[in-house]
Design a protein around this ligand. Structure first.
Ligand SMILES: [Zn+2]
Length: 479
């Protein structure tokens, strides 16, 4: 009787759709690190209503359910959070492979970005979104790109969650002509407008953050106004911090402060708990402490670091209790936008780094559990959204991923957490739910026409490269 009364009450109240997912391994990533070996989740509307052992959940909720999904032993995880991705760079995949950093930036990326239209940004974000969803990402933090309205339109359609940020620069050498004239006031005003237009859009899935591209392209006025406005709007700041070793030299030369970017940012009072510092490769032990004291969040991008930046001291950051999350960076820095690949790399690179710094690898460094936290709950903390996402908890938003572990890449599964980090491939991600809606089922994305977007994006990329005058030399004798 209790079930039918509950059902009646539910339908009378708001008629929210109820989905019962059961008979699976539920990896909650909650405070108690609970894993239900035969568990169930009940999704009501956009939130998780119940979670527990299948035996305790099925009888109570199956009479109420609009949809019942029997997982047959599949694994369920919280949706992954990619905390550093340049969605507007997806059309630039492959335009800057095997080139040095200055060529990468001045001759490829800036000409590309400064020639983008809003439609390019829209298509680029859709193309990037396909790869994000296929790798189980339900929330991402845009690193700072072009045409936020184009990104927002794409995110609304894709059905995922995002913290969108405009690329913001008010100084620096080598900028394309259209960008160099921007003042700090212009940058702030433009971001305020984006905030008022898009923050909270798409059923609350879109948030707007403030951005600083990097210290070399930001005056103190821009840094400090960004800090103040972010506080006023109660939002986050996304910035590339201590990305390349030259940055520390640059800070010494131009700001007269020795010690590095983080030391300088601390000195001017810029380090705050709402700062998401991307990369943070060239930081000293003292600077790790400064980041930790200020509760700054770090986005570790292993593939991009290995290609162009260097080894980030992740083991030391975790030891001191710093919140470290995972990002893919943009397509021209990584080529793959899979957070599944980044989990694997994060573990290997940080074990191998011990040989580089201490003479022997350490297989215990940055273990699987820490890596899985980086991609889920710590990712949610990094984007200041852990009150609603990042773990499977009653009352949180229903953002989840279904993994099919029965294929050659994962069999046999002896320890679920190890397998998810060391064995899982993007292809094992079978279904994805965000905000209570299935956005991918059985590896078919339901929110957009994938083939059509791939074709349009291919065309838009060719046209954009022509406009920007970017030529890619073939690496072999192409006949
Ligand atoms: Zn970046």
């Amino acid at each position: 009787m209790m079930e039918s009364e509950e059902g009646k009450e539910r339908k009378e109240k708001d008629g929210l759709r109820l989905t019962l997912i059961h008979n699976g391994v539920i990896v909650t990533m909650d405070d108690g690190s609970r894993v239900y070996s035969n568990g169930a989740i009940v999704v009501e509307g956009d939130r998780i209503r119940a979670i527990g052992r299948s035996s305790e959940i099925i009888d109570r909720f199956s009479p109420l359910a609009d949809e019942i999904v029997d997982l047959q032993g599949r694994i369920v995880l919280p949706g992954f959070v990619n905390t550093h991705v340049h969605t507007s760079q997806q059309l630039a995949r492959g335009i800057a492979d095997d080139v040095d950093l200055l060529t990468w930036l001045h001759e490829r990326i800036w000409p590309y970005e400064s020639n983008m239209t809003e439609e390019d940004s829209y298509l680029s974000t859709l193309l990037c979104g396909i790869e994000l969803i296929r790798s189980g990402v339900t929330c991402f933090a845009e690193a700072g790109g072009q045409h936020v309205p184009g990104m927002a339109r794409a995110v609304e359609l894709l059905g995922i969650r995002a913290c969108l940020t405009e690329s913001t620069m008010d100084s620096g050498k080598g900028l394309p002509s259209g960008w160099s004239a921007r003042s700090a006031d212009d940058c702030i005003q433009s971001q305020r407008e984006l905030y008022s237009r898009h923050h909270g859009a798409a059923d609350g899935r879109i948030r707007v953050w403030l951005g600083i591209r990097q210290i070399m392209n930001a005056t103190d006025q821009l840094l400090l106004e960004t800090r103040n406005v972010a506080k006023e709007l109660k939002t986050g700041i996304h910035m590339h911090v201590a990305e390349i070793s030259y940055e520390n030299q640059y800070v010494a030369n131009t700001r007269g402060v020795n010690g590095g970017t983080v030391t300088y940012l601390e000195k001017i009072g810029f380090l705050q708990s709402n700062l998401l510092a991307a990369h943070s490769v060239w930081v000293s032990d003292n600077e790790i402490e400064l980041l930790s004291k200020a509760a700054v969040k770090v986005s570790h991008c292993p593939a991009s670091a290995m290609r162009m930046l260097g080894f980030a001291p992740i083991k030391e950051m975790l030891q001191i209790g710093l919140c470290v999350s995972l990002g893919t960076d943009g397509a021209p820095s990584n080529n793959r936008m899979s957070i599944v690949d980044e989990m694997y790399l994060a573990s290997l690179i940080n074990k191998g780094r011990e040989a580089y710094t201490k003479g022997a690898t350490d297989p215990t460094a940055v273990p699987a559990k820490a890596v899985l936290k980086m991609a889920t709950i710590d990712g949610a903390k990094a984007v200041l959204w852990d009150d609603e996402i990042g773990s499977l908890d009653v009352g949180k938003k229903a953002d989840l991923v279904v993994v099919k572990p029965f294929t050659w890449s994962m069999v046999p599964v002896h320890d679920c957490i190890s397998s998810l980090v060391y064995c899982m491939r993007t292809e094992n991600i079978e279904s994805v739910m965000c905000n209570g809606h299935w956005i991918m089922r059985d590896q078919k994305i339901l929110t957009i026409g994938e083939d059509q977007i791939v074709a349009q994006a291919k065309h838009a990329s060719i046209e954009l490269l022509k406009r920007a005058g970017i030529k890619i030399s073939p690496k072999m004798n192409v006949l």
